[in-house]
Write a protein that binds this ligand. Sequence first.
Ligand code: MN
Ligand code: MN
Length: 291
Amino acid sequence: MRFPNYFADAEKGFKDSKYVLFGVPYDETGSFRRGTKKAPHEIRQASWNFEPYDLLTGVDLRDVRLHDYGDLEIGAGDDPSRMKKEVKGFVHRILDNKKVPIAIGGEHTITVPIVGAFAEAEEDFVVVALDAHLDFKDVYENNPESHACVIRRLSEILGVENIAILGVRSGTREEFKEGEKSGLLYVNSFEMKQNGVKWAVKRVLQRFSGRKIYLTLDVDVIDPAYAPGVSTPEPFGISQFDVLECIKAFASHAVGMDIVEVCPPYDKGETSLLAAKIIRFAIGELWKHNP
Ligand code: MN
Ligand code: MN
């Protein structure tokens, strides 16, 4: 079965929209397994499974001013400069028009130019990441643009003190050491299990009280039992319910978000389905605060 190639209920044109979805099918530095470039398409297809009305948010997505721009033209090959230029330029266009970007990756590297555009637009904001990995390596496999270096690159853009990561459970000893030394706030998945997700988000909100938040959701933060189709699965993750709690907690401050690292070749569609549902929930939740 084939459905239209846009996100279900994203029926508005760019001009009439408040929320702009776009895909970035970039998949070049994946260290364990490839296929994230298929995610925007598969997530869009999966979105047609759902009713427009969302029980949890009480929002009918047909009421949301939502546009799906489609995928950006990022070219092929492992040189990320074209991707970075396209993404940054498009996010500038969204921000110039006072709209909210919602990006679908692709690998986590796509977050760097998005945050770069926010920084250039001189927004005072912080980044909250949900990720199994610390992503704080300076270089990985000789590549500073690797998806394993995303948080490090972001820290160079907006300062390590303006970033928090929830759900972490993987990184090298050096990464954790350097992260701690430089003041990176992270909460690991074991602490979250022990103390609860509300405790974890409270730590983040206390640190960033009242500031705007860009949310980057690396889907591998979710346990592979629920989200097996990711590039670098890591057991002992948080649950899909925890992700909803996080989105709910940060939504009133959110200025944009992305959802990355879904890798459709490695499951039977479960992870794309989950990602599509999370996006629908997130849009509803954001829209309630910022229609
Ligand atoms: Mn990541
Ligand atoms: Mn990750």
